[in-house]
Design a protein around this ligand. Structure first.
Ligand code: FAD
Length: 421
């Protein structure tokens, strides 16, 4: 512990989206004294982690990500046992693509090497087994039975609950306003109520390590510490929910009756989730990394529907889901954090290794959140890990070479190369 004060923590986690929730749980599980700061209330809809469902899948060509999904699946189950909340439902997952497409070949290769069960399906077999879908004889599919849906809001709540039981301090409606590196090591973090310039009663806490899980706001936090910012931008995605046509059996579109799905190798990568119990009505359909509303920070986002995205998605629904009514839908906006090389960022900051950063999950991080929590412990407190977690070298912050200096003294160091953004 860096100070004798009762306000001293081993770690302060900044950001209470799914990654911060998971990191707080993982750290507190190891007996560490941890505080988590979240700007909004526990189930707010301003970041990336809110909503009814996220795809959980092993369908990756990188063996490291298959392993991360396996670890995460086990840890989600541990969380369920611990909290008695349902967070993961393995309803199966289907990947569809033009026949012979390299992405499906890549998946088959990874599944074969990893001993992961799957079934190849012709278009006719897909249409018979899952009549909610309609493929043509130019397409084929791979079905994987262990994929499914992670309940987003429930998973976040379950991590908060379990972390609280472990003794973690969770501070909602609280922002990290300033972070000071202490000459003797560690950090002092100034807290404030959001949009409130007046000091809070409980204003400063100190800690040995800072874990930054602030999604699209990460560079604001790094600037506070005076560290290099990262080549990362925010996109404003538009998931949509489509209702079945009149007369269709609504239950046929619910979880359990059909798998989660991904279309690969087409002009855009559409994906979706059947209706989740207690969630939004309709089948979720969205496009992965297809949105070009790029912003430097989430502050510029709009919650308004984008007519072009709507028209494109409706066209897709007409083509592959003829039993859904493309005119009966609801549309939402949600943030992706895109990195310059489309790879995740999980590592210690090269300029200050006591700052651990987990961000830039490019719209596919939710399934890996339990693994990310473990990785944060590994990076900050390796001595607490009974079994080491290997963080892939592709995730390190040092892969981004500092390019030029910007800003003024104390105002936030310099930025890494912004290539491809
Ligand atoms: C439409 C959509 C669909 C997706 N589908 C999938 C999917 O099917 N499968 C999958 O695996 N992943 C999916 N994802 C991606 C996944 O949801 C994200 O990778 C994940 O939620 C990122 O979580 P996070 O904790 O990094 O960020 P966030 O959820 O944005 O959390 C960051 C938090 O930091 C807080 N914060 C910021 N600054 C401060 C501060 N100074 N002080 C205190 N708090 C602060 C914010 O309020 C916020 O709560 C999807 C994402 C979207 C948007």
């Amino acid at each position: 512990m860096s100070s004798e004060s009762s306000e001293a923590y081993d770690a302060v986690v900044i950001g209470g989206g799914i990654m911060g929730a998971s990191a707080t749980y993982a750290l507190s599980k190891r007996g560490l004294k941890v505080a988590m700061l979240e700007r909004f209330h526990p189930t707010h809809r301003n970041g990336s982690s809110w909503g009814d469902g996220r795809i959980f899948r092993f369908a990756y060509v990188e063996p490291s990500k298959v392993k991360m999904a396996q670890i995460s699946g086990d840890l989600y189950q541990e969380l369920e046992r611990r909290t008695r909340m349902r967070v993961l439902n393995r309803i199966g997952q289907i990947d569809m693509a033009p026949i012979g497409h390299k992405e499906l070949r890549g998946l088959v290769d990874t599944y074969d090497k990893g001993g992961i069960p799957y079934t190849r399906m012709t278009a006719a077999e897909v249409n018979k087994t899952f009549p909610q879908l309609h493929l043509t004889d130019r397409e084929e599919a791979i079905y994987q039975p262990d994929g499914g849906v992670t309940y987003a809001d429930s998973a976040r709540t379950a991590f908060f609950e379990a972390a609280r039981q472990n003794g973690a301090t969770l501070l909602f409606s609280t922002v990290a306003k300033a972070i000071h590196r202490q000459p003797s090591g560690g950090f002092a973090v100034d807290l404030a109520a959001p949009d409130d310039p007046s000091p809070m009663r409980r204003r400063r806490i100190v800690c040995s390590k800072v874990v930054v899980t602030t999604g699209g706001w990460t560079n604001d936090v790094l600037k506070m510490v005076g560290l290099c910012t990262l080549p990362m931008r925010v996109t404003n995605e538009q998931p949509m929910y489509f209702m079945p046509r009149d007369g269709e059996d609504v239950a046929a579109f619910e979880e359990g009756a059909m798998p989660v799905f991904i279309f690969r190798g087409f002009e855009k990568e559409y994906y979706g989730i059947p209706t989740v119990k207690g969630g939004e009505c309709g089948v979720k359909v969205a496009v992965h990394q297809g949105c070009h509303d790029m912003m430097d920070t989430p502050e510029g986002r709009t919650k308004q529907e984008n007519a072009q995205f709507t028209a494109d998605t409706q066209k897709w629904v007409r083509r592959f889901f003829p039993r859904l009514d493309e005119c009966r839908y609801s549309a939402h906006r949600c943030l992706y954090q895109m990195t310059a090389d489309r790879e995740f960022i999980v590592g210690c900051h090269p300029e200050c290794t006591d700052v651990i950063v987990a961000t830039g999950f490019c719209g596919e991080g939710f399934k890996f959140a339990p693994w990310v929590g473990e990785a944060c412990v590994q990076l900050g407190f390796p001595e607490r890990m009974a079994e080491a977690v290997k963080v892939p070298s592709e995730f390190t912050l040092s892969r981004f070479v500092p390019s030029h200096r910007t800003g003024s003294e104390g105002g936030g160091g310099h930025v890494y190369a912004q290539s491809r953004l």
